[in-house]
Ligand binder design. Structure first.
Ligand SMILES: O=P(O)(O)OC[C@H]1O[C@H](O[C@H]2O[C@H](CO)[C@@H](O)[C@H](O)[C@H]2O)[C@H](O)[C@@H](O)[C@@H]1O
Length: 236
């Protein structure tokens, strides 16, 4: 796979970054920031992030390195590139969802609530026994407010829109700055499968990061560390 003629799409949690207990603790260290800089230089700026995180969170996680990336956040609902920002308005119902989730978390040690621009997530990584009741609450709130229920790793999220990482990649690849290049997408989660489908449809490559599982991806790297090392090697 030749990277310098491609457009690289990176998922963040579980792909570029190892999974940790608290979502707020994820930050790019100096070496990861340097890697992003190296990729941008090697690929003439054609490096994109496609994440379930919000644009604001992505900026916090990546620091200065986020500035010149092509970014789609909130599972394909938000975009930023070239100084242009697209972000739909936040459904008011998410405030009600956040209040219900916080109320639930108060009585469940280890359960965390994550509030994002266009979604609210309930995390149970350190309290797996709360997973079934967290899902039941999310299903109830999704029905009540007509919100999209997004499954994730040790979390459920209610969010706006029915966009996904596939629509995000197709939207970005239609831009004249990227059109005609070969897309490469690395991701770890089931939410990344529509992204894998999109890059394969465009003649590109899909890389699963993590343990083997049923997937559309045709390449696999064992961990975020292995992905970062592969990206370093591919850019020298
Ligand atoms: O699309 P991604 O960039 O992979 O984001 C997906 C979700 O990732 C985050 O949650 C996951 O990572 C956390 C930090 O390592 C971990 O604690 C959690 O268990 C994982 O599910 C993030 O918090 C979510 O908002 C993203 O949607």
């Amino acid at each position: 796979m030749v990277l310098h003629e491609a457009t690289l799409f990176l998922d963040l949690d579980g792909t570029l970054f190892e999974l940790v207990d608290n979502p707020e603790d994820v930050r790019a260290d100096h070496r990861t920031q340097a890697l992003i800089g190296q990729l941008l230089q090697h690929m003439d700026g054609r490096v994109a992030v496609v994440s379930g995180r919000s644009l604001a969170q992505i900026d916090d996680m990546l620091g200065d390195a986020a500035g010149t990336l092509w970014i789609s956040g909130s599972h394909g609902c938000e975009y930023r590139w070239d100084g242009v920002i697209q972000s739909p308005s936040r459904p008011a119902a998410l405030d009600d969802v956040a209040a219900s989730f916080r109320n639930f978390a108060q009585n469940q040690p280890g359960v965390l609530v994550e509030e994002k621009s266009l979604g609210v997530a309930l995390h149970y990584r350190t309290a797996p026994e709360a997973g079934a009741s967290a899902l039941a609450l999310a299903q109830e709130m999704a029905g009540l407010h007509d919100l999209y229920l997004q499954h994730g790793k040790s979390m459920v999220e209610l969010r706006a829109g029915s966009e996904n990482k596939g629509s995000a990649i197709l939207t970005m690849m239609a831009h004249p700055g990227l059109a005609g290049t070969t897309p490469v997408f690395a991701g770890d989660d089931v939410t990344d499968e529509p992204g894998f489908e999109a890059v394969l449809e465009l003649g590109g490559h899909a890389i699963l990061v993590g343990e083997p599982r049923p997937t559309l991806a045709t390449f696999r790297l064992r961990s975020p560390e292995e992905l970062r090392e592969w990206l370093w090697r591919a850019t020298v």
